[in-house]
Ligand binder design. Sequence first.
Ligand SMILES: Nc1ncnc2c1ncn2[C@@H]1O[C@H](COP(=O)(O)OP(=O)(O)OP(=O)(O)O)[C@@H](O)[C@H]1O
Length: 299
Amino acid sequence: MKKILFVINPISGDIDKQELEENIQAFCRRHEITGQFFKTSGEQDEEKLRQEIKSFQPETVAAVGGDGTVSLVAKEIINTDVALAILPQGSGNGLSKDLDIPQTFDEALQVLIENRVKAIDTLDVNGQVSIHICDMGFNALVVKRFCEGDTRGPGAYARIAMQEFIGYTAKNYTITSRGKTLFEGEAFMVTVTNAKAFGSNAAINPNGIINDGCFEICVMEPFPKMSSIGILYRLYTDSIDESVYTQRFSCSEATILNQEDDQIQIDGEPLESEKQVHIKVQPQTLKVLLPPLPDAAAE
Ligand SMILES: Nc1ncnc2c1ncn2[C@@H]1O[C@H](COP(=O)(O)OP(=O)(O)OP(=O)(O)O)[C@@H](O)[C@H]1O
């Protein structure tokens, strides 16, 4: 029998998971899956999950939560044959959207029995794993405030973003890659990703390919407040590259120098500020379970 470990974050997305657990148990019985639950506590989950995977030896670990839960799981199974599955239950669910994983619970469960596996690139950011988006500047500050607060969900995130936007001042960055300076100056935010969009669907890197051995650095330069509507429009219509305020660099390795008081976040988790951030792509290091290709049904 196939063994799947379900890693459930009880608080993600402000969603009660009790009923989901019952649905998962019924699904496992129907499909002859040996399912086991691991509930996150927010304290030392990495170590506890490592032990759980070691003793249970699952073929798949399913993250039932948001991007933070997906990231927690990914860190433990990167560079192994264990596959990651995502049952999106967070505020944003960024990686799952990028991978076209269904956002409804029942449809996402079906992916567990489709057996379509793809190896995706991950990023090493100062020794930490990033599987979706790492950024510095404005969004990282919003993520920090969001994590400090006690309200979750997309509404809370949007409210904090509006509050912080009013008084936000751009920071200085120097970006180099392979001995060449790519950018030097002020930026509103600097995003490092090989995915396409944030969990909010704002497409910061609309042409990103998740397994091409490269990542993109998207620099959003300071812009007049009155241009913010236009930038938002571009972010939600896959046309951010047409904005005069953005620049994009494709790299396999890069270093970003920033200000000491700047914020940095990786996959929705704020980190201690670091003045020098070194990023390196780790090609095809994470196996993920995906839904069938759209034309597979027609074959
Ligand atoms: N039982 C728990 N109690 C409190 N916090 C928890 C618990 N389990 C996990 N956490 C915290 O939840 C955060 C991760 O949440 P996650 O990213 O999965 O959901 P989200 O923030 O609602 O969604 P998204 O990342 O998609 O916006 C981590 O900071 C982790 O420490």
